[in-house]
Structures are given as C-alpha cells and as structure tokens.
Design a binder for this molecule. Sequence first.
Ligand SMILES: Nc1ncnc2c1ncn2[C@@H]1O[C@H](COP(=O)(O)OP(=O)(O)OP(=O)(O)O)[C@@H](O)[C@H]1O
Length: 216
Amino acid sequence: MSGFDLTGLTASFGGERVIGPLSLRVKQGEKVALVGKSGAGKSTLIRLIHERVNRESSLVPQDLGLVNALPVFHNVFMGQLDRHSTWYSTVTLMRPFARDRAEVRELLVELGMSEKLWMPTASLSGGQRQRVAIARALYRKAPLLLADEPISALDGPTAQVVMALLKERFTTSVIALHDVEMALKFCNRIVGIQDGQVALDETSDRLQASDIMSLY
Ligand SMILES: Nc1ncnc2c1ncn2[C@@H]1O[C@H](COP(=O)(O)OP(=O)(O)OP(=O)(O)O)[C@@H](O)[C@H]1O
C-alpha cells in the first residue's frame, strides 16, 4: 500500500505551532501537490509524513541530502542502501557491480546527465545536484514519493521531463511545488497549506491557477 491516513500531525518550533493539528489521507494512486506560500509549512508537513511512513517512501528533501565527496553513482546507490548487506555496500564503495552501474547510468540517461556518473557531486550545478537526488529517489523504487520542491533549480524543459518521470514511476506522490501550473498539469489533487493548516483540498480538474493563487 502506498497510500496513508495520518491524523494528529503537529509541529512546533520554539513553542510556536507551525503545523496542525492536521489530518491527511492520501489514497493509493493519488498524485498530490502541496502548495502554499513560503513558510506555510509544506516542508515541515513532508518531514512529518516521512517520519510516519519512512521506509515505504522515496524522499527528495529540499536540501537534497547529498554526500558531496562521493561521486554521483554512489549518491544514487544510497537510495537502496538499507536493502543491501554491509559487505555489498562496502564492495560497491570501491568497485560497483556492473548491474548497479548499468541501472544508475540508465536513470541518469533519462535525466540527461549520464556523463556525470563518476563526477564528484560537489562539482555539479544546482540543477544537476537536484537531479541526483531525484535519481536516488527513483533508484529506491518505493511506491510513495515525498518530494520537497524537486524542480526548483531546473530549467523549464528539464522540469517537465522530471515531473513526467516522477508521475510515471511512483504510484502515489506528495510533492511540494511553487509552480502552480506544474502542479495542475502533473498532479491530480491539490492540497493548499496556509499557516500550517489545510486551506484547500480539491482535485486538479476542478481548479484553475487563479483559484490556487488566493493562498499566496
Ligand atoms: N528548524 C526550524 N526551526 C525553527 N523554525 C522552523 C524550522 N523549520 C521550519 N520552521 C518554521 O516553520 C514554519 C514552516 O516552515 P516550512 O519550511 O515548513 O515552510 P514551507 O511552506 O516549506 O516554506 P518554503 O516554501 O519557503 O520552503 C516557518 O515559519 C519556519 O520559519
């Protein structure tokens, strides 16, 4: 099951409530866009969902969580680190297996950066780094995607390619997006967050960009 039904979601910082109490039920197959202005609580909500569903999901955090000193290959491989034995991961660190090399390379081809496979991640541009985090999430092959602004550093055509891939490869997704047009195009449900609460929850086919802009 890639859906979830969470209740009692709350988060506070310095005694100030920034999320909830909030409930969110996402059915298998739903592609949810979390929208709302900066500071509304989208990232915090994604973190709360991830804490609850954890291993069942592929996460693309806003800060990407990459290991700069390692090549692209190893950062992508980390998407399945918890599925491999210690010896397999240790061998992979020094001499990756051919089938893993091929699989990661194929993902990078789809993301338009296969020539970077063995480059240190620190040497990449912001958009390339973002695609490494996306490749890591795809490589994990969890049925549920949790992604926080996964296309913020990408050019328009690349962002379209990435959103199409995420839609195709994950059964269910919750993606925080600032781009309202992309949210309507690639997600079938829009959840608007305002001051840590759900202020809008509607299927995309019943919304226009102007309906969502009232949240900003
Ligand atoms: N580690 C933290 N310490 C203190 N306050 C925090 C922390 N993380 C988030 N906040 C506060 O919680 C609120 C929600 O932040 P959050 O990052 O979830 O918003 P957001 O909707 O994702 O914003 P953005 O679109 O800018 O990423 C903000 O007021 C923010 O200042």
